[in-house]
Design a protein around this ligand. Structure first.
Ligand code: HEC
Ligand code: HEC
Length: 284
């Protein structure tokens, strides 16, 4: 009897330790996804992740909401499935559409596992009871119901499907660039209703977020980055330095500081490999 309870005690200790470290590993993986996906950039504000940062668009100004685990003002009362619905379908727990200023158009491609790890990480962050600021949108663009129409033309639900004819590294790069890094959300020009023009994928946008010009990152020799070597891209992601020795600026400096520099060596290489494989498109 004594032996058995000792055994049970030992087992209990072992398993609780195991679950603590498994929990920690999950949160660490979640932090990696969080960085790679650049969630912190828009959801900044007076306090980390508590929102309030303005995002200027031709449709008006959006204010990123509070995504801290605060139960009242943040997403602390959300279930895992609520969180997955937001990223995969662009829908709130009350089944309302989110505006695509939240780039779920890219995040929809995330694997379920990545979404769950990200959720675990977010739930471990400090909660701040800061109320969301309402968006300041123009006329018809206020309507969340209208986003349903927009989605029919511009939203393709994930998860990401690997291209079996390509290498594992290429597919990882495509996942990092198009799903987590949502590079195309800035580097692809948009049509009048704000959908990405797929025939000009990554070919740059004269008026990117906040009216800032975004360069062509296809391998076009004259208007893109056709003369960047694999290691130039690798250096750019890791150190924020371009082949001409200048430093990255503006919104891309945030992508570098918040995201790309945190990627592992393999992931930086994978993303560089993927970008170099894009069809070159002449910029306008
Ligand atoms: C380009 C800016 C931007 C990035 C990057 C971004 N978000 Fe958001 N997010 C927004 C905006 C704007 C909204 C509000 C959309 C709306 O009101 O329809 C939002 C809404 C949300 C919501 C819904 C909150 C609520 O209260 O209903 C969640 C959850 C969320 N984002 C999580 C994330 C996560 C996780 C990431 C990273 C994977 C991320 N966001 C990256 C801009 C962004
Ligand atoms: C928030 C908008 C935004 C996002 C998201 C974004 N970029 Fe950029 N990117 C820019 C802007 C603006 C510049 C120009 C700034 C500069 O060159 O210093 C730029 C510059 C670059 C350059 C340098 C090109 C040149 O000709 O100098 C590369 C390479 C690049 N981005 C790759 C990426 C990749 C890869 C991703 C996804 C992981 C990404 N960007 C995501 C806005 C963005």
């Amino acid at each position: 009897m004594k032996k058995l309870s000792l055994l049970l005690l030992l087992q209990g200790l072992l398993f609780s330790n195991f679950s603590v470290s498994a929990d920690r590993a999950l949160v660490e993986r979640g932090r990696y996804i969080f960085d790679a996906a650049g969630c912190g950039a828009c959801h900044a504000g007076a306090k980390p992740l508590a929102g309030g940062r303005p995002i200027d668009t031709p449709f008006g100004t959006f204010y990123a909401p509070n995504i801290t685990p605060d139960k009242k003002f943040g997403i602390g009362a959300w279930s895992e499935e609520d969180f997955i619905r937001a990223l995969r379908y662009g829908k709130s727990p009350k089944n309302q559409n989110y505006f695509p200023s939240f780039p779920y158009t890219s995040y929809t491609g995330m694997t379920r596992r990545d979404m769950l790890d990200l959720y675990a990480y977010l739930m471990k962050q400090p909660a701040y009871p800061i109320k969301n600021r309402p968006h300041d949108l123009q006329g018809i663009f206020k309507s969340r119901a209208m986003v349903s129409q927009w989605k029919i033309a511009n939203f393709r639900k994930g998860p990401f499907k690997p291209d079996r004819s390509k290498s594992k590294g290429w597919n990882r790069g495509a996942y990092l660039a198009n799903v987590l890094g949502h590079c195309g959300e800035c580097h692809t020009p948009r049509g009048v209703l704000g959908g990405m023009i797929q025939s000009r994928f990554m070919a740059g946008d004269r008026k990117g977020p906040g009216g800032i010009p975004v360069p062509n990152i296809t391998p076009d020799k004259n208007t893109g980055i056709g003369d960047w070597k694999l290691h130039d891209l690798y250096n750019f992601f890791g150190r924020g330095v371009k082949p001409d020795g200048s430093f990255v600026t503006g919104p891309m400096a945030e992508v570098f500081g918040g995201s790309s520099k945190h990627l592992t060596m393999d992931d930086k290489m994978a993303m560089a490999t993927y970008l170099r494989s894009l069809p070159p498109i002449r910029g306008d």
